[in-house]
Design a protein around this ligand. Structure first.
Ligand SMILES: Nc1ncnc2c1ncn2[C@@H]1O[C@H](COP(=O)(O)OP(=O)(O)O)[C@@H](O)[C@H]1O
Ligand SMILES: [Mg+2]
Length: 263
């Protein structure tokens, strides 16, 4: 099994970026730099442009001004260096778990033996050994989301873009998935841009948290977390710093929400 491509070199740089949906300006002169291997979470009220930002990062949308660059090159949707995980598991219902994980490799022309080996390895990493031949509908929501994660990770992306990936799961399953994601990220070392509504999840996972303001105001707050790693639910979620960040972020989000009512 070949080793995973670790992120090195240049950061992901959003520079002077502007974007509008016709009359509706979402970003104006946005600047964010994400360091290689950094775990960045983005939070903010609904409609503040989180999904739009991820689509700009992946190249699904083109900025009207400025640029998004990874390693000095513009990202494109067909670029194999990023992987996307959405809120709802996006699996083919007629394919088995392992066939779902293999699908991207098949499209990329990877030979069947290697495909099977890599898919098996990633299914094991997300704790789904033994479920290779199940159809998605036979799996719980949490398990389906793990398959989605395996399906994305098997492509070994340098940049992992996650749009509220655990938002549809119950609180306990979400906490478990947070732990699994951290374990995987420790092993793989990708750059992660993670969108969530959940303040606890953002603090638990991230090196850095950005609160987005109402469009087109951009970054409202940018916090670098001092919570040490490795983290574990029991200690991290009860430490003083965790509560400090939680108080601060909650106040920020309330303030952003309020500003919208006044404006
Ligand atoms: N394809 C689109 N065309 C026009 N407006 C859009 C489109 N997608 C999103 N919007 C608008 O852009 C704003 C930001 O949306 P979005 O990025 O989905 O926010 P979030 O993910 O933070 O909830 C919202 O006001 C939304 O209605
Ligand atoms: Mg969204």
């Amino acid at each position: 099994m070949e080793s995973v491509t670790h992120v090195g070199g240049d950061p992901l740089v959003i520079e002077n970026m502007g974007f509008a949906y016709s009359e509706l300006t979402i970003f104006n002169d946005l600047q964010i730099t994400v360091q290689p291997g950094e775990f960045l979470s983005i939070i903010g009220p609904s409609g503040c442009g989180k999904t739009t930002l991820l689509n700009l990062l992946s190249g699904f949308l083109e900025p009207d001004a400025g640029s998004v660059m990874l390693r000095g090159t513009k990202l494109k949707p067909e670029d194999p260096h990023f992987g996307y995980v959405f809120q709802q598991a996006t699996l083919f219902p007629w394919l088995s778990t392992i066939e779902n994980v293999e699908f991207g490799l098949k499209m990329a022309g990877v030979a069947s033996k290697e495909r099977r080996e890599r898919a098996t390895h990633y299914l094991e990493m997300v704790g789904l050994s033994g479920f290779e031949n199940y159809l998605p509908l036979k799996l719980s929501g949490g398990m389906q989301q793990r398959v989605s994660l395996a399906r994305t990770l098997v492509m070994e992306p340098r940049l992992l873009l996650m749009d509220e990936p655990f938002g549809a799961l119950d609180a306990i399953t979400r906490d478990d998935m947070n732990d699994e994601l951290l374990t995987l990220w420790d092993k793989l070392g990708q750059t992660v841009v993670f969108i969530t509504h959940d303040i606890d999840e953002a603090i638990y996972l991230s090196d850095r948290i950005i609160v987005l303001n109402r469009p087109p105001k951009g970054v409202y707050r940018d916090i670098t977390s001092e919570i040490p790693r490795p983290r574990n639910s029991k200690e991290t979620r009860t430490c003083d710093l965790f509560w400090d960040y939680k108080k601060e972020l909650r106040a920020d989000i309330e303030s952003v929400a309020k500003s919208a009512v006044i404006a």
